[in-house]
Every structure is written in C-alpha cells, then in structure tokens.
Write a new protein. Structure first.
Length: 34
C-alpha cells in the first residue's frame, strides 16, 4: 500500500513541477521556460 502512495505522490510532484503553469515563469510550465 505504501509503495502505491509513494508512487502517486511522485507522479503528482512531477506533474505539479513540470507540467502545470507557474506564475513565476510567465504562466509557462517548466519545460517551456528552459
């Protein structure tokens, strides 16, 4: 069970940090800003 929770958290963090728009990056995702 804990490995599933850890996997879900890792997936959420990747989506949040790399695919969602960030106001500090001009509302671009991290991939668009690099």
């Amino acid at each position: 069970m804990f490995s599933l929770v850890g996997s879900a958290i890792d997936s959420w963090k990747k989506d949040y940090n790399h695919h969602r728009p960030h106001s500090a990056l001009g509302n671009n995702d991290a991939g668009e800003s690099s």
